[in-house]
Write a protein that binds this ligand. Structure first.
Ligand code: SF4
Length: 370
C-alpha cells in the first residue's frame, strides 16, 4: 500500500523513508515482512492485502456503496430475508491472522460498513495482532476526531483511509446523504496527521469527473498536504447497479493516468503502485466477508471459498488456478470485461444472500470460452 509513486518528489520520499524507519523501530517483525513482499512477488508468490468485513453497520447511506447489498438494513427492508449464516467471531480472526502470518502476508484493512461504528473495533485489532500485521482502517471520517485518532494509533492501527467523494462540500454531502460529512472529513485529516497516523484519502471516480475542476482541486489539495489520493472506479455492482450512468469510460481512465504524473494520485491499476500491474484479484487483494467467505475483489460477489471449510492457503491457490482470476490481465475484470460482467449480473440477479458460495459463482469448471 505504501509503494512510492513515480511522481513522488524528494520531500515525500524522505517522509516515506522516515515512516518506514519509525515502523522498523516500533514493529520490526511487521517492517521485515513488508520489506519481503517484493522478494515474494519476484519468486512468483502472491501477497494480497486482506480486507476484513466483520460488520456492515454504517452511519451513512451512500449512493455508490459496494457493501449495501450485504447490510442487514438491505436484507431486512428490501430483500426481506433473515441472514442465518454464522458470522465471524474473534477466534476466526485469530485463526486468519495466524494463517496469513504463516503465508508471509502482512497487511489487513478493516472495512465494512463504517469500521469506527463497531463497538468491538479494539477487540478486532487485538485479535488480528498489530505486532504481526500492518493494520489499516477505512473510515468515512464522521467519528474520527483527534481523541479517536490518537486512540487508533495507541492500539496499533498504522494507517487510515478516509473517503472523500467531492471537493465541493454540498456535492460530497449529497453523495454521502449526510450533511456535515465534508467538514468531518477535513477534521479527520487534521486529526490523523496530528496523531501521527499514515493517511490517504480515497475517492470514487464516476463518469466525467476526471475532467472537472473539482477533481483537479482535490488532486492539488492532497499533493499540497503530502498525502495520497486513492481513486477507485465506480463499478456496476452494489448500489451502483442502480446507477449505470456512474460507470466510467476509457477517457476518464486516460485522464486519470495523466493526473497521476502530476499529483499524488493513484489507483490500484497505477503501474508504480505495488509491483502488480493490472487487475489484482487474489494476487493483490482479497476480502473476507462477515460469513468468512473470501471474494477476490471488493466488487465481485462470487466467493472462492469459505475459511471455516477451507484453509486460506488452499483458497488462494484455488483463486490463482481460476482462469478469470489467476492470469495477468491489464483490464478490470468486473468493470471492463463484458462477458464476465454479464455472468456476474445474471448469477447475482436473483440472489438473496451474497456472495454466491464457491461452486455457484466461481467453480473449478470455469472457462473463458463458451
Ligand atoms: S476486477 Fe477490477 S476492481 Fe476488481 S481487482 Fe480487478 S481491476 Fe480491480
Amino acid at each position: 500500500m505504501n509503494a512510492p509513486l513515480e511522481t513522488t518528489n524528494l520531500a515525500l520520499s524522505q517522509a516515506e523513508q522516515a515512516k518506514r524507519n519509525d515502523l522498523a523501530q516500533r514493529k520490526p517483525y511487521v517492517a521485515a515482512k513488508l520489506a519481503r513482499i517484493a522478494e515474494m512477488e519476484e519468486r512468483g508468490e502472491i501477497s494480497p492485502i486482506i480486507r476484513l468485513e466483520k460488520s456492515y453497520l454504517c452511519n451513512f447511506k451512500c449512493t455508490h456503496c459496494s457493501a449495501e447489498y450485504y447490510m442487514d438494513r438491505h436484507l431486512k427492508n428490501v430483500i426481506k430475508v433473515v441472514d442465518t449464516r454464522s458470522k465471524m467471531e474473534y477466534d476466526d480472526i485469530r485463526n486468519l491472522s495466524r494463517q496469513a502470518d504463516e503465508l508471509g502476508l502482512a497487511r489487513f484493512v478493516i472495512t465494512g460498513g463504517e469500521p469506527l461504528v463497531m463497538k468491538d473495533f479494539d477487540q478486532v485489532i487485538e485479535a488480528l495482532d498489530p505486532d504481526k500485521h500492518y493494520i489499516i482502517t477505512d473510515s468515512n471520517g464522521w467519528f474520527l476526531d483527534l481523541e479517536r485518532a490518537k486512540h487508533l494509533k495507541a492500539i496499533g492501527v498504522e494507517k487510515v483511509q478516509i473517503s472523500l467523494d467531492s471537493f465541493v462540500e454540498k456535492d460530497h454531502d449529497n453523495f454521502r446523504n449526510k450533511p456535515g460529512s465534508y467538514k468531518r472529513v477535513l477534521r479527520a485529516v487534521d486529526a490523523c496527521m496530528e496523531a501521527g497516523l499514515n493517511l490517504i484519502l480515497s475517492t470514487v471516480l464516476v463518469k466525467g469527473r476526471a475532467r472537472t475542476e473539482e477533481f483537479r482541486q482535490m488532486c492539488e489539495y492532497v499533493t499540497a498536504r503530502g498525502i495520497g489520493l486513492y481513486v477507485s472506479y465506480a463499478k456496476p455492482t452494489g448500489s451502483c447497479t442502480e446507477h449505470p450512468e456512474f460507470v466510467i469510460e476509457k477517457e476518464d481512465a486516460d485522464i486519470l493516468r495523466q493526473l497521476e504524473k502530476e499529483y499524488n494520485v493513484f489507483s490500484h491499476m497505477t503501474p508504480s503502485y505495488g509491483s502488480h500491474k493490472g487487475c489484482i484479484t487474489v494476487k493483490g487483494i482479497i476480502t473476507v466477508t462477515s460469513t468468512m467467505e473470501v471474494t477476490p475483489c471488493p466488487y465481485i460477489d462470487f466467493s472462492i471459498g469459505n475459511l471455516r471449510e477451507t484453509s486460506l492457503k488452499e483458497v488462494l491457490a484455488r483463486g490463482m488456478r481460476n482462469p478469470w482470476l489467476g492470469p495477468h490481465r491489464p483490464d478490470c475484470l468486473i468493470g471492463e470485461d463484458p462477458k464476465f460482467i454479464k455472468i456476474h449480473t445474471e448469477k447475482t440477479a436473483g440472489a438473496k444472500l451474497l456472495p454466491l458460495p464457491w461452486g455457484q459463482g466461481f467453480s473449478d469448471n470455469d472457462s473463458l470460452y463458451d
